[in-house]
Design a binder for this molecule. Sequence first.
Ligand SMILES: Cc1cc2nc3c(=O)[nH]c(=O)nc-3n(C[C@H](O)[C@H](O)[C@H](O)COP(=O)(O)OP(=O)(O)OC[C@H]3O[C@@H](n4cnc5c(N)ncnc54)[C@H](O)[C@@H]3O)c2cc1C
Length: 499
Amino acid sequence: MASRGNGCGKTQIPPFGLRKFSTLAEHPLLNELRAALGQNAVKSGADDMAPYVADWRGRYRGAAVCVVEPCNVQGVSAAVRLVASHGGRVVPQGGNTGLVGGAVPSSEPAAFEVVLSLRRLNRVLDVDALDNVLVVEAGVILKNAQEAARDAGRLFPISLAAEGSAQIGGVVSTNAGGINVLRYGNTRDLVLGLEVVLADGSIWNGLKRLRKDNTGYDLKQLFIGAEGTLGIVTAAAFRLYPLSQAQTTAFLAVPGPHAAIQLLRHLQSEVGDCLSAFELIERACVDLVLESNPATQSPLNSSSPWYVLAEISTPMKGLAIGTMVEESLATAFELGLVTDATLAQNENQRAMLWRIREEISEAERRNGPSVKHDISVPVSRIPDFLAEAPATVLAVACGARPLAFGHVGDGNIHFNVLAPEEASEAISAVVYDLAVKLGGSISAEHGIGLSKVGLLPRYKDELSLSLMRAIRAALDPACMFNPGKLLATGVKEADETLG
Ligand SMILES: Cc1cc2nc3c(=O)[nH]c(=O)nc-3n(C[C@H](O)[C@H](O)[C@H](O)COP(=O)(O)OP(=O)(O)OC[C@H]3O[C@@H](n4cnc5c(N)ncnc54)[C@H](O)[C@@H]3O)c2cc1C
């Protein structure tokens, strides 16, 4: 491919003329943005900008000229054009819950970056139960999108622990996964159409609702998972599903990961795609949640090294799903795949079981620094990964506390290690090497952002990287959008190390 020099090298970025102004606050861009978008749509004071320039985990903190919050797609387009006219760059931001530093501006003093928050594009544009389609603006909070679908008697299946803050634009731009991927697929599988503001400010209207459209390249797919490097997503259309009529949630003790995988296949052959979630959780994660949150309680009296949280649901009325699950689990007990179990009897109990899973990240955060890995391997290799990874980590970081949990039905393990920051490089190197050795990926869900940008060339083949650079150069030749994220754009980013 011809794209080694991708048009994103620092020498090709137009000058922004900062030197003419003694402070950024005096830069004419600020007044131009205020005139175009309204006084309140531009924040430039340090306190006002603070929540936008640091990431959720507090690992990345940058500096922005200002934060702009347009309230419609025309405003986004106008902001992009104005920032471009001064040679600046735009960092799109949704709920800022991303875990790889992708939504925060650069900390380089010479960077001239504007954070563009989609927060105010928060309208549900349509919920069509006949077409089974939900159309929402990018700033709609994921939970609100779910509720809008539910109000119309439909299921919008994307669900993750950050759903109270994550926004649709961020979900699309990270191709978010979550707990229902096993049955409904990733965000990529659910998007029917997108509206996107491009680097020249033009508005691409790909907000179709079609399930079939063979008229050439599927352009929307380029923007899904692009981490804000190709365009700014301003609205999205999603496919919807029938609401569940009945569901059973089970918290199961299993002897180990190998038994968990066999249990997964057993349940799938017994209940088919009624199995919508299958999460593997190591005992140490449950302990951490119980220790750090007194409002939680252990779902089982017995202790086990591993647990599975499984959810089985059906849109079919009258299907005796509870009986089906009980019979399947009885066989699983006989096969030695399950050693103890509890089934939620009502919505409250279901919420309590899910709380254990959903609070793991927060419990980790309260326990000091942790080195997070969001890897995937073929499902059959999960037991190999989990057998080797802890010892491999302890060999390079004595005293570290590995914790494993994840969407194991998708081959996705969050393998996080409580350890001091200094150990992160050595720990990540052995974890990623192991995942890749087993045919896996260094990022199953969270993406590359800033935290893994220097690692991508080590784990992704050169031809794939060249194709990615060619796409970037075609859509955003001046590297306007989210520079330094996903693809290294200069010497500093290319040198970013592990972590
Ligand atoms: C407790 C917790 C649990 C999580 N669980 C999961 C999980 O199970 N599965 C999962 O996949 N992720 C998970 N995440 C990660 C995160 O919530 C998701 O990646 C989410 O999709 C990010 O949405 P956001 O609106 O916060 O995006 P942000 O963090 O604001 O942005 C993420 C990236 O998308 C870009 N971006 C944001 N909005 C736009 C836009 N409109 N147009 C173009 N680019 C844009 C940003 O520049 C950045 O690169 C979790 C995070 C937390 C804190």
